[in-house]
Design a protein around this ligand. Structure first.
Ligand code: NZQ
Ligand code: ZN
Length: 398
């Protein structure tokens, strides 16, 4: 067994605190920023009042505000392009997402694109960032207010966008994407519809699984392994409590921290880069139908992927340990049973048919596989060389 050299680096200041969203203006002002682009979704943050709180606080600091709202869940590249254009036109100094992963990810694409010159990247070519054709060398600083915990985007380097016309949902990763400050008020997430909350539980759960189930054995990174299995148990525990009482802010705060740790690289230390396969096989589902939530898609892909591996005798040690320590069961079948039982308890879909609300035939499953195969292997997961037969079985079983 070899020792793996590792490092952990995360420069984001994360603040989890009640009624603190307006404090983002203090951090922005302290950095002498004079103008910002606010990036938000389809209106929920305006309805729950947090948007106005941030606007008023920025105005009190005499910071000039530009706005880009309407970011879709499963955000579109055209919004990123629009944001880059606004930032360049007005020489905006910082980007401020208020919302969930979709607003944060859009803000990251804008922050990286806008920092490049028009000569290096025409704004209408922003998709090249996601295709890895443009080197990101800097970004405008990002100060965010997170209103749904799920993606870890508040404290990581990833950003996702999609191009509906090409049926492509891609991500890029740059160290310049770390937000400078992210504020999370647990109370705001009590407004989330239950389905969205569960999307968050599943997404966070899956980020950890991508690392845990990628290892050859559990000894090599025992500390991270133990941490990760605890995080998985915490997510289930907090999720069950929130199902009983959405205003359980203590359970919420615990989930918030678990969701951040799931993808701020802490759960990944010494885990050989993680796999990403479940994510890569989910992205074609949202690319095929943008109304499919990322979390709901992952919940359907994961058990099918476990089965495809388990039947081939792959990853057995990881699955068995996860089955025992997270679900009190055994073997890869124990992972599937435990996970699907939890999803059913939370009222989430467990099959592709349920997810799409109709029968998804063999031909369409092959189409999804084709979309998956078109994506180049992402540099973030250099070890991911997923054999095609495993991917094909995963789409068949889900
Ligand atoms: O659009 P609005 O009106 O804001 O409503 C949103 C949206 O409908 C709503 N919402 C957010 N906060 C709310 C609220 N509703 C009521 N009360 C609140 N407090 O929730 C819905 C989902 O929002 P979204 O931002 O899309 O959710 P999420 O955070 O799950 O982000 C999903 C996106 O992130 C990507 C996913 O692929 C997907 O595109 N991911 C990003 C990652 C990253 N940056 O590292 C990694 C992930 O694996 C993931 O791929
Ligand atoms: Zn995810």
């Amino acid at each position: 067994m070899s020792i793996q050299a590792f490092q952990w680096f995360n420069p984001t200041k994360l603040i989890v605190k009640h009624d603190a969203s307006h404090e983002i203006a203090d951090y922005i002002a302290a950095d002498q920023i004079q103008s910002v682009l606010l990036v938000s979704g389809k209106g929920s943050v305006k309805k729950i009042g947090v948007y106005d709180q941030v606007v008023n606080a920025l105005k009190a600091k005499r910071i000039i505000i530009y706005e880009l709202s309407g970011v879709r869940a499963n955000p579109e590249i055209k919004t990123v392009i629009q944001g880059i254009g606004i930032c360049r036109k007005h020489s905006i100094q910082a980007v401020v997402p208020i919302g969930g992963g979709s607003s944060f990810d859009t803000a990251k694409g804008i922050a990286c694109g806008a920092a490049l010159s028009e000569q290096d990247l025409k704004s209408e070519n922003a998709w090249e960032i996601y295709e890895g054709k443009v080197q990101i060398t800097k970004a405008l600083p990002i100060y965010g207010v997170l209103t749904i915990s799920a993606t870890g985007s508040e404290m990581n380097i990833g950003a996702v966008a999609q191009d509906d016309a090409q049926k492509k949902k891609y991500s890029f990763h740059s160290i310049h994407c770390f937000p400078k400050v992210s504020i999370v008020d647990p109370k705001l997430q009590a407004h989330l519809p239950w389905f969205q909350q569960v999307n968050g539980f599943v997404d966070a759960f899956m980020h950890i699984c991508e690392f845990v189930t990628n290892m050859e054995d559990t000894e090599e990174a025992e500390t991270t392994f133990a941490l990760d299995l605890s995080l998985l148990r915490s997510i289930i525990k907090a999720g069950d409590k929130l199902q009983q009482n959405t205003n359980d802010h203590v359970a919420r705060a615990n989930f918030i921290w678990a969701a951040t740790c799931a993808l701020n690289q802490l759960s990944a230390v010494a885990m050989r880069g993680g796999c990403g396969a479940v994510h890569y096989m989910e992205h074609p589902l949202s690319a095929q139908d943008p109304s499919i939530s990322h979390g709901a898609g992952l919940g359907v892909v994961f058990p099918a992927f476990v089965r495809a591996n388990g039947e081939r005798g792959l990853r057995l040690q990881m699955y068995d340990r996860m089955a025992k320590e997270v679900f009190g069961r055994e073997g890869w079948q124990g992972v599937i049973d435990g996970f699907q039982t939890q999803l059913k308890k939370w009222g989430h879909p467990t099959s592709l048919n349920e997810l799409f609300g109709r029968e998804v035939g063999e031909e369409e499953r092959i189409q999804l596989l084709e979309i998956f195969k078109k994506r180049p292997v992402c540099g973030h997961y250099p070890d991911m060389k997923l054999p095609e037969d495993i991917a094909a079985d995963t789409y068949k079983y889900m």
